[in-house]
Design a protein around this ligand. Sequence first.
Ligand SMILES: *[C@@H]1O[C@H](CO)[C@@H](O)[C@H](O)[C@H]1NC(C)=O
Length: 183
Amino acid sequence: MIFGSGLSLVCTALLATLATASPALYTAELQARQAVDNIVYVTNAQTFCEVPGGMKTYCSPAGRYSPDQGQLPPDFWSNVAFTTGTSSRGARFAQLTGCIRPEKLSRLNPNDSGGQYDSSGGAGGLGNPQGSKCLGYNHYVELVEPADRRACIKCCDNYDDCPLHLDTAGCPQVIPGNYFDCN
Ligand SMILES: *[C@@H]1O[C@H](CO)[C@@H](O)[C@H](O)[C@H]1NC(C)=O
């Protein structure tokens, strides 16, 4: 059947493309579907993008891949811990926790008690900033707490591993981890 074999040819071509696509290409495809200035990600302690207030992502010098993204000063984090693995719920996660120097980024007020950013809260559950996503994960939550000189970001496959309802409780409650001397 002509239609059938044509379809299977297309499928074979697609499978071949998927099988040979490098992770970098796949990542580039994912990024193409999502505005680059509305993506957070956490690869390691040097390579990441986050939302330091406002509507746009800022990346570490090593993690920035588009001029549309802001760049964090290299010494924005004074002490940062990266952790990745599988949660008690059996789902993947990756997180950064630690201490920041809010005075290094002019868009932050060092006196501000902070705010939460996420992919599933905000108006209509569309995220804050709206439409923001963590690359490679279902869900993320982030807190920036300038007055406590502290920040944290976690990307999760399981919604409950990145809770949104503890925003006023602070980083250590929302994202347990190492907070060094910023507690
Ligand atoms: C932060 O608070 C201090 C002490 O109250 C004040 O002097 C300073 O102007 C404030 N800074 C900003 C950016 O609001």
